[in-house]
Design a protein around this ligand. Structure first.
Ligand code: UT7
Length: 335
């Protein structure tokens, strides 16, 4: 598949990162009391030991705002310097206004435009790619990109196939100009809408508006054919990684760090084995579970703040999710 390379006048880099997770921890042992599952099954099949769950009254924009303020602080910037805010989420506070608009108002980014991106767990990579091209083209100077989710509100807590997997959180990054060839070097975005049914929230949209019947039938919760997503994910993680490496004119051996979407440790390990990057993976899935669009930016923030990702490192981000979508990015890390 061919994509045109835009005509950049400069590069775009991540100048600051931040993340936020709720305080409440839900362990596998807690889940054992809620559904027919076991710590042993969850750890063996997914690598997840616990996840964070937002308190009642907390909304997605609260987590997004906390991550955003940390990212701005890390970049040494104030909110009024922002030109644009993009939030990747499938759990906005409301269908409209967008979560990005709520964050814009809350942080006082009075000069910024704002919109959401819906690309499931790939959302942050999609948002990062859009931000990169807008900065590299010279259109904007300062863009705040956030991945934020409260998945616990759209999970059926009686469905063991899904409720053990997901958690809540937010991660953010500030994108600013840099020299051409530095920073976010290349991105690849892909989709296959013909397979959207394998991971879907059926009701609440124009196709199936909310009614007593949809609520009774639990159609406002995530429905997933886990096995099909698993097989799709392993394939596209490898394909997405290889495609972006080729675009960036790099080899697998050049990668210093891989930050994959944190969906399932077994899945991550299998893709890493196929890529030959087993010893370069950042994983926090045991602590946080799958936080969808927030998973990559939270992991990136943790890896950067702990010094595991260092200046000059070549970092691969790779994700997949509802849509179906997948995407990858190659960064030359410098802050
Ligand atoms: O971010 C993108 C979103 N989604 C994903 O990334 C999910 C990708 N898929 C996966 O991670 C895995 O497919 C799962 C973790 C969801 C499931 O693991 P699996 O090894 O593919 O299990 P399975 O679906 O093939 O189910 C095996 C068995 C079934 O029982 P039977 O039919 O063999 O008797 C399930 O009912 O495991 C059962 N099972 C459970 N047992 C205990 C499913 N969930 C649970 C559970 N506890 N929580």
């Amino acid at each position: 598949m061919k994509t045109r390379t835009p005509n950049p006048i400069r590069g775009a880099r991540i100048a600051g990162t931040g993340s936020a997770v709720p305080e409440r921890i839900l362990t596998n042992f807690d889940l054992e009391k809620m559904v027919d599952t076991s710590d042993e099954w969850i750890v063996e099949r997914t690598g997840i030991k616990e996840r964070r769950i937002a308190a009642e009254g907390t909304v997605t924009s609260d987590l997004a705002k906390e991550a955003a303020l940390k990212a701005l602080d890390d970049a040494g910037m104030t909110a009024d310097e922002l030109d644009l805010i993009i939030v990747a989420t499938v759990t906005p506070d409301t269908i409209f206004p967008s979560c990005a608009c709520v964050v814009q108002g809350e942080i006082g980014a009075k000069n910024a435009a704002a919109f959401d991106i819906s690309a499931g767990c790939t959302g942050f990579v999609y948002a990062l790619s859009v931000a990169r091209d807008l900065v590299a083209s010279g259109r904007y100077d300062n863009i705040l990109v956030i991945g934020a989710e409260i998945l616990s509100r759209i999970v059926d807590w009686q469905d063991r196939n899904t409720c053990v997997l997901f958690g809540d959180g937010a991660g953010a990054a500030v994108i600013r100009p840099c020299a051409y060839g530095e920073g976010i070097i290349e991105c690849v975005l892909r989709s296959d809408g013909s397979r959207g049914d394998v991971l879907v929230l059926p009701a609440g949209g124009s196709g199936m508006p909310a009614s007593c019947e949809t609520v009774k039938s639990k159609l406002h919760y995530i429905q997933m054919k886990g096995n099909l997503v698993y097989r799709f994910a392993v394939r596209v993680m490898v394909e997405g990684a290889m495609e972006v490496l080729e675009k960036a004119n790099l080899r697998k051996e050049d990668i210093d760090y891989v930050i994959p979407h944190q969906a399932n440790q077994r899945l991550i390990d299998l893709a890493a084995e196929r890529l030959g990057t087993q010893d370069k993976i950042y994983s926090n899935i045991a602590r946080l579970g799958n936080t969808s669009a927030a998973s990559i930016p939270i992991a990136l923030d943790e890896a950067a703040r702990s010094g595991q990702v260092k200046d000059g490192d070549i970092v691969l981000l790779v994700g997949f999710g509802a849509g179906l979508t997948w995407g990858s990015a190659i960064l030359k890390w410098s802050k």
